[in-house]
Design a protein around this ligand. Structure first.
Ligand code: N01
Length: 542
């Protein structure tokens, strides 16, 4: 939308900015472009990091890459930008994604709206003026009509508070807060805690480089290959010439990864055919492809899930030479966490310089000055420990800001039973507050969901400006109905039965809650369009 909109001058006190945007990742950058360049609003933006990038600014650990294929791990809103896209392999590495976001910032001149190295510490809605007061750690407070946050789904790092952590004399690093200048791990005795997406990537990258790698695994994971082949000019040209159809499919699909999800139930075919399909998917690579392109019901039917899980377990047994190590690597739970993929992951455990410690069977009791001790008394001497222990997902970063809505109600009070958000973007009692990737939003390849949300937020703000509306927030009924929908859909899947960050199970003391809309991007887009087309039914305007 390129309408030039004039901000309604019906405010009771001077507004310094029409909109404040927080975050300079995929979400914040597009929000600044939408609001400032397309809607002509005045925008001030804040970013904790020293430059643009969001997740990709912080997650610089060895091996970091996106496991969404390069052709759809990008914005689609600008055809010219899409056609300029350049990449070398099937998946983009962290430096490539960071460079891409830097190019986007240059193209739309986004950096000049940002204050970098700046944290928002408080955001308070003022009932009298109907405006937000936003305060930063630099002592600046600004007033704004709209507050748009792109704080990142997975950016508040989770570092377990092990006994004796401070006594450890070696280096400690979290994958999600990796030093910008890197860490020299050559020849060192490295311990890594955690085997999620970050952990498996770091393990595969570090094993050939370090002296010895000790993997402290709590839950074994299902890991399929990535198949990170190189993509030549011809292949890339082909993607570009099909982009209209590709993006149309992505927007109508469930997980938005650039492939058509299967509509074939796993048990509707013979055992031989199932094996063939799984084998083909194993060769083809990609975690989401393995879970959603093979059969339609791996995430919903126990029988189908068991079939996929058994196939992967058989692969583990074939690849890992030491039977005891293979046994430890075999998951005992459902295949119902965020699917993982990594090339050569299980082969790593055949290396002489890699050992696996099962810390579910024999938990870490403490850090010592020399390393890590486990319950049975064994101590592992280490030079460096890497925490690949994940994030306080979805609402973790919101908890760090003193956010208060109408009547001073805090977000923590609103979210005491778990975070909730209307359409994954709004909150009752928090007028004109828009979250990108807030609670109860879609669970997909993220850039296409971010685009859907930013575009919807842009539409609602344009509507408000056009009609001189001061405030908007969802009604309690609309919010409750959305939450009920999210819970009902989650209940149809196997995902709530696995312990993972998707439901907040990874953070001690965090309430287990449905934090996502698991109905897929296509259905999500329909749901938010319906709200818009109804003239924003379910919203309270003032
Ligand atoms: O974090 P995780 P992550 N003692 O929460 C273990 C995205 N991402 O950073 O499973 C011992 O998945 C924990 O064990 P358990 C992606 O969406 C994408 O890896 O809870 N271990 C687990 O093994 C992903 O899902 C990409 O038993 C402890 C690990 O730490 C999300 O980010 C790359 C522990 C945490 O795994 C998060 O991934 C990277 C403790 N006290 C990330 N506490 C790609 O695109 C936790 N663990 C590829």
């Amino acid at each position: 939308m390129n309408e030039q909109l004039v901000v309604a001058a019906k405010k009771t006190e001077p507004v310094i900015y029409d909109a404040v945007v927080v975050g300079a990742g995929f979400s914040g950058l597009y929000a600044v472009h939408k609001l400032r360049n397309e809607l002509s609003l005045t925008v001030e933006a804040y970013e904790n990091g020293g430059d643009v990038g969001g997740t990709w600014h912080w997650n610089r650990y060895p091996g970091a890459l996106s496991d969404t294929e390069s052709f759809v791990y990008r914005y689609s809103f600008d055809k010219e930008l899409l056609l300029q896209g350049a990449w070398k392999r099937r998946y983009l590495t962290q430096p490539e994604i960071l460079a891409y976001l830097g190019q986007v910032a240059d193209r739309y001149d986004l950096r000049h709206s940002y204050q970098f190295n700046t944290k928002v510490t408080a955001a308070r809605f003022d009932d009298a003026s109907g405006l937000w007061r936003v305060t930063t750690n630099k002592g600046r407070t600004v007033t704004t009509k709209y507050l748009v946050t792109g704080l990142g789904l997975l950016s508040a790092t989770n570092k377990p508070d092990f006994k004796g952590l401070d006594s450890f004399k070696g280096g400690q690093y979290h994958t999600g807060a990796w030093p910008i200048d890197g860490v020299d791990l050559k020849g060192k005795r490295v311990g890594i805690i955690g085997t999620g997406s970050s952990g498996v990537q770091a393990i595969a990258a570090l094993a050939p480089e370090v002296g010895h790698l000790t993997v402290f695994q709590r839950s074994a994971q299902y890991v399929v290959p990535l198949a990170n082949w190189s993509e030549g000019e011809d292949q890339i040209r082909q993607y570009k010439s099909s982009y209209d159809a590709i993006w149309d499919q992505v927007r109508r699909s469930a997980v938005a990864f650039g492939f058509v999800e299967s509509s074939v139930p796993a048990m509707s075919v013979s055992a031989e055919e199932r094996e063939r399909v799984f084998e083909q998917a194993w060769e083809r690579g990609g975690g989401f492809r393995f879970m959603f392109e093979t059969f339609s019901d791996i995430a919903t039917s126990k029988e189908a899930n068991d079939a996929a899980a058994d196939f992967i377990k058989r692969k583990i047994a074939q690849i890992v030479k030491d039977p005891e190590t293979a046994r430890k690597l075999m998951p005992s739970d459902l295949y119902a966490k965020r699917p993982l993929c990594c090339d050569g992951y299980y082969d790593i455990y055949n290396r002489d310089n890699v050992s696996l410690v099962d810390v579910k069977a024999d938990p870490i009791t403490e850090f010592t000055p020399a390393g890590i001790r486990i319950e049975s008394g064994a101590e592992y001497p280490l030079d460096v420990v890497i925490f690949a222990t994940g994030f306080d997902a979805v609402d973790g970063n919101y908890a760090k800001i003193d956010m208060r809505g109408r009547g001073g109600i805090t977000l923590q009070q609103k979210w005491r039973d778990g975070p909730l958000g209307y359409l994954g973007m709004m909150e009752t009692d928090f007028p004109n507050f828009f979250m990108i990737l807030g609670p109860n939003g879609p669970f997909t390849n993220l850039p296409p969901s971010i685009e859907a949300q930013v575009e919807w937020i842009g539409d609602i703000i344009a509507h408000m400006e056009r009609h001189g509306i001061d405030t908007i927030e969802p009604s309690e009924d609309a919010e409750a109905e959305w939450l009920t929908t999210c819970r009902a859909i989650a209940g149809m899947t196997l995902f709530p039965n696995a312990q993972s960050w998707i439901f907040g199970a990874n953070i001690p003391g965090k309430k287990n809650a449905v934090m996502f809309y698991l109905g897929g991007l296509g259905n999500y887009r329909q749901a938010i369009s319906a709200v818009k087309e109804s003239g924003f039914k379910g919203m309270i305007f003032d």
